[in-house]
Write a protein that binds this ligand. Structure first.
Ligand code: GRG
Length: 295
């Protein structure tokens, strides 16, 4: 019998926790302080949205379980590295992440820098291993590398850092988020799909349309939550966008119109999945979760 969404989500999150542990060097292995800090950054925290996207897309394309687990762990390690670096004093300078002190607070700045570097390297290492065909491994590696680099997440972060106190147009704001947040979410969907049967061009296009809607929705909701939720609920410092005079959807459109936009994007995501029929139910449920989340 098909598990309901809450049960499926819990099962994937639990499996991810175990998988991430197996793909991290043991915390006791020298240099132990670095390995302990990598465990601290990756384990026991976060919503695991990107692994859930990998699994949902993977299940749609009858993915190989091992390959899907590797892909999900790799994407989550890139995400964890980005959070560790984003929190450092040279970037967002934050003390709270996933309900606990940020890595540079708990350890030190040099360790936080190395944790991010090492997690990024480990993510790509994971994708080189396993039984997938070499061509598939290369496709996954290049998808994740493109999404992470200066034409993806790092590029978006650079635009974000330069934008503090600047008046970005709505189009510029959207472009920044497409890169900073959207690129890795799209990579999660594509890596899940690449863990399964060969994709048709039309299927790739549909998944890209879904990812674009979900990626933007994720960011619009992030802006709404930053303006409306408290730090204890979010597990990170709330209200930072306004405090730092950062352009956001809420500062551009106001709260109500941002909520309307998030709902429109949820429906766009559903529409993009129409060609897949019932098989895309998990991806639909994830679009709902991303828009309706409270943390
Ligand atoms: C440092 C190269 C580099 C990039 C940083 C991810 C990122 C780019 C910055 C994080 C700051 C931020 C608030 C980004 C917007 C949305 C986002 C990615 C939030 C965090 O992701 P969640 O909500 O976090 O999935 P959890 O902890 O649940 O995994």
């Amino acid at each position: 019998m098909r598990r309901d969404f809450a049960q499926w989500r819990q099962a994937v999150q639990a499996e991810m926790e175990a998988t991430l542990l197996t793909f991290l060097p043991p915390a006791s292995e020298p240099p132990a302080r670095l390995h302990q800090a990598m465990h601290y950054a990756v384990l026991d925290g976060g919503k695991r949205v990107r692994p859930l996207l990998v699994y949902a897309a993977g299940e749609l394309f009858d993915a190989d379980a091992q390959s899907m687990a590797r892909a999900a762990a790799a994407v989550e390690m890139i995400h964890a590295y980005s959070l560790v670096h984003d929190d450092m004093p040279c970037m967002d300078d934050d003390a709270l992440r996933r309900g606990k002190p940020t890595v540079h607070k708990q350890f030190d700045e040099a360790t936080a820098l190395l944790v991010g570097d090492a997690l990024q390297a480990q993510a790509f290492t994971i994708l080189t291993q396993g039984n997938a065909e070499p061509a598939r491994k290369v496709a996954m590696l290049s998808t994740l590398a493109l999404a992470s680099g200066s034409r993806g997440m790092c590029g978006g972060q650079a635009i974000d850092l330069a934008a503090v106190g600047q008046a970005l147009s709505l189009a510029e704001l959207e472009q920044m988020h497409k890169l900073k947040t959207g690129a890795l979410l799209e990579a999660a969907v594509m890596l899940g799909a690449l863990s399964g049967k060969t994709l048709l061009a039309a299927e790739v296009a549909a998944l890209q349309a879904y990812s674009a809607a979900v990626g933007l929705a994720f960011q619009v909701v992030d802006d709404i939550l930053d303006a409306t939720a408290d730090s204890a609920t979010l597990g990170k410092t709330a209200g930072k966008d306004a405090a730092n005079n950062k352009p956001t959807y809420v500062s551009h459109l106001g709260l109500e119109a941002s909520q309307v936009l998030a709902e429109k994007l949820r429906l766009d995501a559903h529409r993009a999945l129409l060609p897949f029929g019932d098989g895309a139910e998990r991806l639909r449920e994830l679009a709902d979760l991303i828009v309706q989340r409270r943390t």
